[in-house]
Structure formats: C-alpha cells, structure tokens
Design a binder for this molecule. Structure first.
Ligand code: XMP
Length: 520
C-alpha cells in the first residue's frame, strides 16, 4: 500500500526500534521499519519524507557492525540518527566515536545548547544558562569529534556531544532515546523532526485506512470466497468485521470451541456474529475431541502441540466442506512481520505467535493479511471505527492454547470449571473497580497443589488458585500490577466461598523478565 507520507526507520538492531515507528504513527504519520541494509534503490522507491536510523547493540568499529551506505547521506532526505544511529552518522561522515569513560544507562540530564528546530518548544529547568531535560540513555560508545559541517546542539556531563545537526543537509542525531516514555519530551522531539524538519502534515490514522483496505481486499479476492478462523479475540474479531464489510456473505467464519475458553466465551462469539451480525458462521463444538487428546498430558509444550494439531485437523475438515473457498484470512500483525524480516538483520527474533500456523501451506490457500502493517493498538482503533462492541475491543489477550496453559497439571473438566469460575470472579471484580482497561492481562491459574484449610468446623484439603495481573505495553515486558488490597481481599474471599474445590488464593508478584506473563 502506498502512503502519501512515510517515515522510514532503518533497523540497526535496537530493542526499541518498533517504538520509533509507533511513536511516529501516533503523530499521524505512517512509519515502516526495514533492515539497515535496505538498498538505496528501494529507499528511493519508497519516497520517504524522512529516515530514522535506530539504535543498536554494536560498536561502529566492531568487525561485524552493521553499516549504512554512504549514499544514504546524499539523498537529500532528512535523517535522524538515534544512539547507534548518531554514531553511524559520525562514523560515515568523518567524525570520531570512542568508548566512553563512563557508560550511561538509564536516566540522564541533557543540557540543550540550541533550542531551535529539533529541540523547539521543550520545557525544563535552567542550569548553567541552559535548559535541561530528562532523557533515557543506553550506550557505551560516545561521539568525541564532530563530523565536518555539523554543530553540537546538546551535551551531558559525561558526553560533551550528545546531539548534533547539519541544518543545510537536514541531518540530525541524538545520543539518547526519544522514542521511550522515560524521555518525557521525546515525542516533542520526534514531532519536531517529523513536522518541522521533514515537512509532514500528519494525516494518517489507523481508522482512516479502512476504505483502502476494503478496496484492497475486494481487488485481491475478486469473486472468490474467503475463510476466516474467528476465535473472538481482538485480532480475529476486527479482521472478520473488516472482511464482512468488504465481501459480505462471501466470508465464511469458523469458530472452534476447543473447550479451553473462558466462561461463556464461545456462546458470546456465536451470539454476536451469527445472531447480531448475521455472518456465515460455522460453530464447531470440539471440546470433547480436545479434552480426549489432552488426557493425562502434563508437559506444557506437549499440550500446545496437541492443541495446535487438533485445531488444524478440525479446521481442515470444516474447510473441506467449503470447496469453493480459495482464500484464508489471517490477523498477522506488524510485529510478526518485522520480526521475521529483521531476523536477516541484526535484531534478535524473540517470539512469533502465528494464528493458524501451518494452514496456508498445507491446504493451498492464498493468504489475506490486512493487518500486516498494523500494531495491536491500531487494530483496536480500526475495530472501534468499524463499530465493534467495546467489550470485544478491550478484551485482554488470551493465549491460543487457552486455559490449558493455566492449569499446571493434566486437564480435566473439573479443573477447567475451577479455573474458569475463579477467572470470571477476578475479572468481574477488576471491572467493578474500573481497572480492567488499565491492565494488559488479569487471570487465574490453577496450581497442582492441595493445601490444608478450615471452613466452618471442617478441615479441608483443597486446591490453590494463583491470581496474576500485569501492566504492559506490548507483552514483551510486564510489571505485576499493584492492585488495591481491598480488591484482592474481595476476590480471594469470593473465590474461596463461591468456587467449590478452592481453599487458598495467592497473588503473583513477579515481573517479566525474569518471569513470563503466563505460567507455562
Ligand atoms: P508470555 O507468557 O510469553 O506471554 O510472557 C506473552 C503474551 O503472549 C500470550 N501468549 C500466547 N499467545 N499462543 C498465543 O496465541 C500462545 O501459546 C501464547 N503463550 C503466551 C500471553 O497471554 C501474553 O499476552
């Protein structure tokens, strides 16, 4: 898809690269990430209004360090180098980078030497006759000699040159990270680059792409039919509604109840999509098959494999009934796309979740992936624009293998009942407290231990439920949520009283890393 304004981000392997693109998009300008070695020819074709060189873990002088092409700097396109990106500019244009005497990690105070263009409109206390702003640093090397034609525009007590510019060539660099929230005025700095320096107008937003996507889908699909696995999660819900807008009753949705979903989840999906939206919806209750195949299985990886395989088997069987279907729609998101692209570049792939892994190759479907360019919060924006009920849009993420990864032992109907009811109570209390939307996820886990309790005059020997609630921006890192004690107390008391088989509730106070969000 051709966007009228694009800010191109070249990835040198920073863990924050995605954040750069997200911040730019939040400013209303479409932004895309490509590997650092994207050819000049391709860059020209993309016609970016500006280029951001990301940070990265290397030292510019290391033997295998990623380098940009010299030509990049004579294209006449404005450039902003961040951290390693700044050092790259210096390295390529004749400056000098050395290992700093003191590494800077975390908060630093930057003194702004020039408050025009890149740093215009910032606020901060004055020190030594300069405005100061708090920033986030993460670097070992530092710039020690300016490249020719450049001037310094900021410094810290450790780095005499912390930001540079060449106004004539429109090349800028900062040692700190404006894209992370800890650099409080970072967004203002990016705004100055994108609007003042690159001259963007900022007319992009996720919702505004609906009409173009609808057209794109219609053109790709022609008069064919499309199949879509509809779990009821945010991505598949928004995907189905968008497809329905584009091709109406040539969309065939399959909803598979694997028996591992949250309370009443499957029923809600069917009610909304079949009864209210009148989609062609094939609702398959395969709970028994899934539970049969999972019998006595304890190992989480084995559980995941069995569930994935069973899903494909059933999907395949249902899809065969619709022999006229040529296309499969998937809710692949931008982070999956960039992760796989940059595995060729310096970024390390962390984890990719594929929605319907293996299906397209196995069944000869052609793929439709309208969200390949979008981040999760942007998919939510599309969903809102399409009028999907808020409950489906703000729903916490839920793993594909469902409650199977929240039962720390073999899976039985009885255990599913316990974890489901406990989960429902916790969610209800969080909603009542008005906290649901501020949390990334909140859920219950059933532990494989029984402990002694006393209820009435009776000694009990029953199950332990662990509650987990986390705050996170993208699921990659997460902090455990410091929920109010009254809320935890009420939830614990309700679970013990209302869920048969539980006599103890604990709260998980681990962050990610070192823990993960799910227990398995
Ligand atoms: P972890 O547990 O790795 O989870 O910190 C990060 C995010 O991913 C979700 N998750 C999954 N999603 N299939 C999925 O579709 C899975 O197997 C899976 N495991 C974890 C998890 O809920 C969290 O939001």
């Amino acid at each position: 898809m051709q966007h009228s304004e694009l800010i191109l981000v070249l990835d040198f392997g920073s863990q924050y690269t995605q954040l750069i693109a997200r911040r730019v998009r939040e400013l209303g300008v479409y932004s895309e990430i490509h590997p650092f070695n994207l050819s000049i020819e391709k860059i020209r074709k993309l016609k970016p209004k500006g280029i951001v060189l990301s940070g990265g873990p290397s030292s510019v002088y290391a033997p295998d360090a990623p380098h940009s092409s010299q030509e990049l700097f004579s294209l006449g396109i404005p450039i902003l180098g961040i951290c390693y990106g700044l050092q790259m500019i210096a390295y390529q244009l004749g400056g000098q980078v050395d290992t700093s005497a003191r590494h800077e990690y975390g908060f630093a105070e930057v003194l702004i030497d020039n408050t025009s263009d890149l740093f215009a409109g910032l606020n901060g206390p004055m020190k030594e006759g300069r405005m100061t702003i708090p920033v986030w640093m993460s670097h070992g090397d530092a710039l020690t000699k300016l490249p020719r034609g450049f001037e310094p525009i900021a410094h810290t007590n450790n780095s005499p040159i912390c930001a540079i510019r060449n106004v004539e060539k429109k090349i800028y660099g900062v040692q700190f990270h404006p894209e992370v929230v800890h650099t409080v005025q970072g967004k203002e700095i990016l705004r100055n680059f994108v609007f003042t320096i690159c001259g963007c107008r900022g007319e992009w937003n996720a919702g505004s792409i609906i009409d173009e996507k609808v057209e794109e889908i219609r053109t790709a699909v022609g008069s064919n039919n499309v199949i879509c696995a509809l779990s009821g999660g945010v991505d598949s819900s928004v995907l189905a509604v968008l497809l329905h807008k584009a091709i109406d009753d040539r969309l065939f949705c399959i909803h598979i109840n694997n028996g591992l979903m949250r309370k009443d989840e499957s029923e809600k999906v069917v009610r909304l999509y079949r009864d209210s939206y009148h989609f062609n919806l094939d609702h398959v209750d395969a709970s028994d098959l899934f539970l049969d195949r999972l019998k006595d299985i304890i190992d989480p990886e084995q559980k995941r494999k069995i569930i994935g395989k069973a899903f494909i088997d059933i999907f395949e069987q249902e899809a065969k009934k619709m022999s006229t279907v040529k296309f499969l729609a998937q809710g692949t998101l931008y982070p999956d796309v960039i992760e796989s692209a940059s595995s060729k570049g310096p970024s390390h792939t962390i984890k990719t979740h594929h929605n319907v892994g293996g299906l397209p190759e196995k069944m000869n479907f052609k793929l439709i992936e309208p969200f390949r360019e979008l981040f999760k919060d942007e998919v939510r924006a599309v969903g809102r624009e399409l009028g999907l009920p808020e409950e489906f849009i703000t729903r916490h993420p839920f793993p594909g293998p469902g409650l199977a990864v929240r039962i720390m032992s073999d899976i039985t109907k009885e255990k599913l009942r316990i974890v489901r009811e406990a989960d429902e109570i916790f969610t209800e209390e969080i909603r009542k407290a008005g906290l649901y939307e501020s949390l990334w996820q909140a859920f219950a886990v059933l532990l494989p231990v029984q402990t002694v309790g006393v209820m009435g005059d009776q000694r009990t020997y029953d199950n332990v439920v662990a509650l987990r609630a986390v705050r996170s921006l993208d699921g990659m890192t997460a902090d455990w949520a410091q929920l109010p004690h009254e809320l935890l107390a009420r939830t614990s008391s309700r679970i013990v009283n209302e869920v048969r088989g539980v006599n103890r509730v604990v709260y998980d106070i681990s962050s990610k890393p070192p823990s993960t969000i799910e227990w398995e």
